[in-house]
Design a protein around this ligand. Structure first.
Ligand SMILES: *Cc1c(COP(=O)(O)O)cnc(C)c1O
Length: 372
């Protein structure tokens, strides 16, 4: 039988969709007690009841994921690479002494959360430019424990919200933003937790992002904490760029920094696969910030689920001596041609306008409201 499809509700003004949290029908919850996972619970309010002594609240044992579902032209809704998020959540969970969430349970939770909120998945538009449904798997140590030992009760949640784009990238276009290098704060220590999507990594960055935004920089960049000479990533997303072409018809080279402190982005991984399929070169290696400054690179962009691709038109950093220096990149408006090609292919696959030759969209038959 064909999956049951629910069209976008007419009770929501889809033209006003922003990057925000909206009311939904509810969320999915599972509890692990004494090593056993309970059955899925459907919760119709956006709250969770927690013991004041929960290890998540007191000691920060909490991690999360972010992925999206898109409506295709035929009305079907599909998620983008949820298996990758399942694997990464378990990678994060292990770092904070939490048990594995079986992939099957992770997928079931994602399917249920979307299926029950299918009316809130925005209308189809090529490249997902009308928005998408954002899924937020959240996994934390809900058990109460005063002693600093590995906890024994855990809660896994998947909630969703309809969402617009983060920095305004949509419709195969991507307006460029100004970036600022944070110098007075280390996001991730060498051998620290930067590579895990832990809740605790984000709270301390907020005031630095807010300060930069106030100064006119919507996006902030972190260099490696040890030497401050290599590029790690942006506070919200990975860093990528192209090597400046030696001639207009030379094969593009996508450069992606390698560092033990970087969050392993599903978007970056996908873009590297797409670039490879175009026959382009990939350099995945430690990347000196000097290569940004001296013009070795062009078409610098940020990548992640929230914004897909956000081109960066300038990077401001503190030069030795303390003066601010600004490197200008690209035409100051839109993304470069190689970046736009990557963006069109990625968002085209997500929205079902381009052939999914990698098998990234899930489930193959579409989310089924009758199986919610
Ligand atoms: C989630 C996240 C990303 C992007 O990862 P995606 O899987 O592409 O969404 C990049 N950097 C940081 C710090 C993140 O938290």
């Amino acid at each position: 039988m064909a999956p049951q499809v629910v069209p976008p509700t007419s009770d929501f003004d889809w033209s006003k969709l922003a990057f925000d949290l909206y009311p939904t029908a509810g969320y999915v919850k599972y509890v692990n007690k004494d090593g056993q996972w309970g059955a899925a619970e459907w919760v119709e309010e956006p709250y969770v009841k927690l013991h004041v002594g929960s290890v998540a609240l007191n000691y920060g044992a909490s991690c999360f994921e972010g992925l999206k579902a898109f409506r295709h032209e035929d009305g079907q809704v599909k998620l983008f690479r949820p298996q990758e998020n399942a694997a990464r959540m378990n990678y994060s969970a292990a770092a904070i002494s939490m048990p594995e969430v079986p992939e099957e349970m992770f997928l079931e939770a994602c399917h249920k959360a979307v299926a029950k909120n299918l009316h809130l998945v925005p209308p189809h538009a090529p490249h997902g430019s009308a928005g998408s449904m954002y899924l937020r798997p959240l996994y934390f140590a809900s058990g109460a424990q005063l002693a600093l030992v590995a906890p024994s009760e855990f809660t896994f949640i998947v909630y969703v919200t309809q969402t617009g784009s983060l920095y305004g990238s949509a419709g195969g276009k991507a307006p460029a933003v100004d970036a600022f290098v944070i110098e007075d704060f280390d996001r991730a220590a060498p051998q620290g937790t930067g590579t895990y999507k832990l809740a605790g990594n984000y709270g301390p960055v907020l005031r630095h992002m807010a300060q930069a935004k106030k100064n006119g920089y919507p996006i902030t960049l972190h260099l490696d904490s040890k030497t401050r000479t290599f590029v790690d990533e942006f506070s919200t997303s990975n860093f990528a760029a192209f090597k400046k072409a030696s001639s207009p018809d030379s094969t593009p080279t996508l450069v992606v920094p390698k560092s033990e402190s970087i969050l392993r982005s599903v978007t970056t991984k996908s873009l590297m696969d797409i670039a490879k399929s175009f026959g382009w070169n990939i350099e995945h290696r430690p990347l000196k910030f000097q290569e940004v400054v001296d013009g070795t690179l062009e078409e610098v962009f940020a990548c992640g689920t929230a914004a897909a691709i956000t081109p960066v038109r300038s990077i401001t950093y503190t030069a030795p001596g303390g003066a601010l220096q600004k490197v200008s990149l690209g035409d100051g408006q839109n993304a470069g041609p190689n970046t736009l090609k990557l963006l069109a292919e990625l968002t085209g696959i997500q929205a079902g306008n381009r052939e999914d030759k990698f098998g990234w969209t899930w489930p193959a038959e579409g989310v089924d409201a009758s199986k919610a």
